[in-house]
Design a protein. Sequence first.
Length: 105
Amino acid sequence: MREQRLEKLLEMLTQNEGDTFVNYALAMEYLGLNQKEKAEDYFRKCIDLDEKYTSAYYQLALLASEKGEDTLAISYLEKGLLFLNGPSNQKTKNEFQALLDELSY
């Protein structure tokens, strides 16, 4: 099932390489397949396409933290927080801040 979704997403990406959502979905599929380097590449591509794509910053922070790269993880979180303004983003902002607090101590 996961392989079929992956194939479909790759096909969709060939039709529109600039689709941030498809790149993010691919990253999540690769993450689910434990192919973290590929996932990381697609999360970075999301940010290249849309620097305000905060979900990608969060996932990159998690991956960096898993590798013991807390300084890098913190930088991803801090950058993502810059784009989380307004009351509609409060829940996401709290999640970013909680992880940031965890990594900072």
